[in-house]
Design a protein around this ligand. Sequence first.
Ligand code: ADP
Ligand code: TRP
Length: 322
Amino acid sequence: MSDKKILLSGMQPSGKMHIGNYLGALRQFVELYPSYDSLFMIADYHALTSLRRADQLRANIMEVAKDYLAIGLDPEKVVIFQQSDVPEHAELTWIFNCLVTVPFLMQAHAFKDKQSKGLEANVGLFDYPMLMAADILIYGTDVVPVGQDQRQHVEYAREAASKFNLAFGPVFKEPAEYIMENVAIIPGIDGRKMSKSYGNTIPLFGTDEEIKTAVANIKTDSTPKGQPMDKDKDTVFALHRHFSQKDLPDLEKNYQEGSIGYQESKNLLAENILNMIRPLRDRRDAISDKKVIDILKTGGEKARERAEEKMRVVRKAVGVTL
Ligand code: ADP
Ligand code: TRP
């Protein structure tokens, strides 16, 4: 075991990754992992709170694993695993469930959102934060790199650790979130935050055609070519800021002078997005399903060994070990 601090993060296998996920989360994983003893999880049991189709879940798990590998997480250097391969996460969740109160969990954003929309939350969604707390705490995690939207979940994990320690003695380390603060919110093709749930995404690993079509569908105003365009109100320009750094000064000038039309600006954007994605996509295409299954099996074994060791301490602390 190394003396590096422990990093754990995860993604739900709930659909195809988009360029917002890449810039907002995945890319930072790759930058951070060499400085830590790192684990990257596929949160498949979390996805079950909203997915009811086994074939779909299976396909999504495979997708996330390939995404992790394609962006450059090296399975020789980090542990990549499925949450469901480590049943101790669910076991620990139960123990936390016996320590936290219903009103406490009712404060969670995901649950409150669902309720405010008049939708019925299943118990899994209600308990989502405790499964995530178990994911984090079982490995003695120091840092959890997540987006702003996940801050509350890491707070819940700290709370679970502290409640456990208070009741049964000092077993869990309180983790810190590593909020990727300086990460911009990437807008989707309708100008709102890019999100799977808004259907406004540019797929990270789409085909050339899919990416070109998504870019062509970015909503713009109807300024005709020849008129100055307001770069600060344009979603195409907002995306250029992330993909077209070297073209930015020219673009800015062209927008001001009206010497570029939206069509042209979009074509350049699609080309620049593709230039960034192609090498990753080629790497992804070369990964077979069999390879993924092998990597996840090894990763699952490594993670489970560590989780089992912690659970031995936990079971003893709570008093079920005779
Ligand atoms: P989605 O909203 O598409 O369902 P998730 O909630 O699964 O995305 O996001 C996983 C992570 O990807 C988030 O924690 C966040 O860090 C990042 N992310 C998602 N959408 C964006 C975006 N539009 N801009 C920047 N980062 C994003
Ligand atoms: N809730 C996270 C998300 O939707 C995914 C997740 C599950 C996670 N368990 C985790 C992230 C543990 C970090 C650590 O993005």
